[in-house]
Design a protein around this ligand. Structure first.
Ligand code: NAP
Length: 240
């Protein structure tokens, strides 16, 4: 399988880890196209100011989309000419974290998190699956909070449960797609220095920068798809 025509689809491309992943995948010559989903408008691309990839921005297709909106029609948002019949690397990175008061929930907040963290991955994956070629790799960005047996923290019940659902779906979908040679893995991330982490753990200093974690995710998604399948992999040095 030639890797010269890999098409990457990335969600949550504008902020935190997503912005780093976006710059990394754009910089790789084997990536022919990147479809980036973001809540931000397309003119946000001008402000990205990527140091090594100004030229590579030609490969970028920007799709503005709010995953918390159940009515959003992903099919209508996607460009008509793709992605079709090429190895696809699909990175479900978009995430939403709204802390709950311990022992309580606000249904609207929980629904937003589940729409962004879980349902958007399902909806986008099942939309793209018919055109995915053998060798494709689906990477779900999970969390240590949703990793079975990990330390749990008050206020993150509804967020962590959505990530646990994503992890379980990873294992199940991998079994269903194995015959098509489409692999599915989940990276259960520990702390990386982003807005989300600062919101979840105020005052905590993350041991890993967004750049380092984002580069790891990009490399894993592009190059480790044939080495792992159906795995939920903890990527964490510390708790949280
Ligand atoms: N940082 C950590 O320590 C950590 C730990 C465990 C797991 N994670 C996971 O890693 C992923 C990236 O998180 P991050 O730390 O980079 O957080 P972040 O800075 O908050 O970025 C999350 C991105 O998700 C997208 N998003 C949020 N709400 C959305 C919505 N309604 N519709 C569509 N997209 C939406 C946004 O992308 P745009 O800005 O492009 O709209 C946002 O920038 C998430 O899945 C998160 O759960 C992070």
């Amino acid at each position: 399988m030639s890797r010269t025509s890999t098409h990457v689809v990335l969600t949550g491309a504008g902020g935190g880890l997503g912005r780093v992943i976006l710059e990394e995948v754009l910089s790789r010559p084997e990536v022919s196209r990147v479809t980036a989903f973001s809540t931000r408008p397309a003119d946000y691309i001008q402000s990205l100011n990527f140091s090594k990839t100004q030229q590579a921005l030609k490969k970028l297709v920007w799709v503005q989309c709010d995953f918390s909106n159940r009515e959003e029609n992903f099919q209508a948002l996607l460009p008509a000419d793709g992605p079709q019949e090429c190895p696809l690397v699909l990175i479900h990175n978009a995430g939403s974290l709204d802390k709950n008061v311990p022992g309580q929930w606000v249904e609207s907040s929980a629904r937003t998190m589940w729409e962004v963290n879980f349902w958007s991955a399902l909806r986008l994956t099942y939309l793209l699956l018919p055109g995915m070629a053998p060798g494709s790799h689906i990477v779900n960005i999970g969390s240590m909070g949703g990793f079975q047996g990990s330390v749990k923290f008050p206020g993150l019940a509804l967020y962590s449960a959505s990530k646990a659902a994503l992890a379980c779906w990873t294992e199940c979908l991998a079994a269903e797609l194995a015959d098509r040679r489409i692999h599915v893995n989940c990276l259960a991330l520990g702390s990386a220095d982003t807005d989300m982490l600062r919101h979840a753990f105020p005052g905590y200093t993350a041991p890993v920068t967004a750049e380092r974690m984002g580069r790891f995710v990009a490399d894993f998604a592009l190059y480790s798809g044939q080495l792992f399948n159906g795995k939920v992999i903890p990527v964490a040095m510390t708790t949280p």
